[in-house]
Each structure stands twice: as C-alpha cells, then as structure tokens.
Design a protein around this ligand. Sequence first.
Ligand code: NAD
Length: 257
Amino acid sequence: MSLKGKTAVITGSNSGIGLGVAIELAKAGADVVLNSFTDRDEDHALAAQISADHGVTARYIQADMSKGNECRALIEQAGRCDILVNNAGIQHVAPIDEFPIDKWDAIIAINMSSAFHTTAAALPMMRQAGWGRVVNIASAHGLTASPFKSAYIAAKHGVVGLTKTTALETAEEQITANAICPGYVLTPLVEAQIPATMKEYGKGRDEVVRDVLLARQPSKEFATVEQLGGTTVFLCSDAAAQITGTTISVDGGWTAL
Ligand code: NAD
C-alpha cells in the first residue's frame, strides 16, 4: 500500500494516537502535517524525525482546534489535504449537574466542531484532487455511554453523525469518510486518568487498569496507537474504497458486550 504523493493532515498529533497515526501514514509513504495548539521546538522536532525516519515531507503547523477559524487555517496552510484525520481531543469527567460550562464548551469545540471546520476546508481540496479520505477518530464512547463523561460522549456521538453526513455528501466521488472507534488506548490522555482512579477506588495500578479502565474491554488489553495507525492506512487503501459512512471499532470487543 503506497500513499506516496498524498498529503495527510492529522489534528492533535504531537502525542498519543495522532502521532501514532501520523507515523503509520508516513511509513506508507504519505507526506504528513502534524498539529497541536503549542509551538515548541519539540513539536517541530517530531516532524523532522518522521521525515528523517520515513523519507517523506513532514511539517508541524500550530493551530488551536478549539477555534473554528484556526481549524480552517490549518488546512489552508497545509495547502493540500488528501487524507484528513480528525483526532484532537480532550476529556473531563464530572456529573452533568456539576459539569463546568467552560469544559463542556471546550470538549464540544475540540472533539466535535473542529472536525466540521477541517472537513469543510478540506473537501474542496479533495474534490480538486479527485480523491480523498476523511478518518475521524471517535471512540467506543461514540457508540455507547458511561456516566460522568457527558460532553465527551455527546461530542463523539456527534462525530459519528458528522461522519455519516460527510459520507453521503461525497458518496458519488472518490472520497470516503469513516470513524474509527477505539476502546482504551494507553496514551497520555488515559495515563492521566490512572492516578485519580487509583485514589477513587483505593486500588493499585494493575488492578485499576484491569478492573476499572479495561472493565468493559473484554480482551483486557489496551489497543495500540500502531493498530489505530494501521486501521487508518487500511481506510486509505483501495480495498476500503467502498467503505464509507461507517464506524470501525478497535476496542477488544467492548461494543460486542
Ligand atoms: P492525547 O492527549 O495523547 O492526544 C490528544 C492530542 O490532541 C494531543 O496531541 C494534544 O496536543 C491535542 N490537542 C488537545 N487540545 C488541542 C487543541 N485545542 N488544538 C489542537 N490540538 C489539541 O490523547 P489520545 O489518547 O491520543 O487521544 C487522541 C484522540 O483519540 C482523542 O480524540 C480521543 O478522544 C480519542 N480516543 C482516545 C482513546 C484512548 O483510550 N486514549 C480512546 C478512544 C478515543
């Protein structure tokens, strides 16, 4: 599978799943644009490393995915976007009646609305190129719910809905739109939840991982960023040309329960 000549823009890709997806796309030959809201030397160094490791063009573009105009500017600055991976995301956990309004607004903006803005900016470029792939990193929480994650779950269900509409609006073109729904993946976002969960349950790390975090993941294993990158590369392949408007779960059986 060669993605040589394609440019992939991956939002929120200076760590975790986004970075893993960027690396797998680069391994498959795509030029990549990394993104986050920071503008540190190490962000640009990540892009330089991917370029050196995989012989592709890799750039880092700062843009804050909580702001619609910056989402659109990211795509314009990339100049080309054959593959769009909407991955930027944050989490906050609280009961609905205590959920801070600013956290609700930020999660809806970063986890959901950013995908609308980047897709709106990227579709004309894909149409111009006559080919395109939109891959939205949703979540098992785009298909199921858990208590205390109202904003995240609303946003991820929204992303799944946006994915379906994107697919229908592009159905007769060589463009597909799909959502990947990961279960738990051990990334900084999940790592950050472990100490508080240990405290809450009065359990050690291993017990918390198996009995709390992976309670709903029958495989009792985290999904890996490499697996999510591989799934993204598959969705960009010719074999996936008729896969559009759907979700692919990478969740160790979570949604089979
Ligand atoms: P992470 O914290 O490692 O990565 C999140 C990325 O988003 C980072 O690169 C961060 O810099 C970026 N980001 C945050 N706010 C941003 C903003 N305002 N503008 C631009 N970028 C911003 O987390 P992750 O686990 O790799 O999560 C990536 C995506 O995968 C998220 O959408 C998350 O909801 C989803 N997801 C994660 C898991 C999991 O278990 N880790 C499971 C299902 C879905």
